[in-house]
Design a protein around this ligand. Sequence first.
Ligand code: ZN
Length: 93
Amino acid sequence: MSKPYAGMSLERYDWLVQRGSPSDLTEGEIGAGWHYCDHGWDGLLISPIDLEYKYCNCKNQEKYKKSPEYYERYEKAQEAMEKLAKLDEETGL
Ligand SMILES: [Zn+2]
């Protein structure tokens, strides 16, 4: 996972993942929907811009969820990227 996150540096994200401790999240991060997702992702740290959020079942996180269309677009973009990657492999580019 190496995508840039809204409102969080990759260093911060890596550090939080390593710590794995919800109490390390700042109020701002929590207010942006960041949480260690125990309902659907086995403690994975996610934010609403992540596709994983679509499958998050945490009760108090529901309000942070983006529209179904957002995640649908995300999924389609990901599929397209995978197709491109495959094409790259096949053509050796
Ligand atoms: Zn969750």
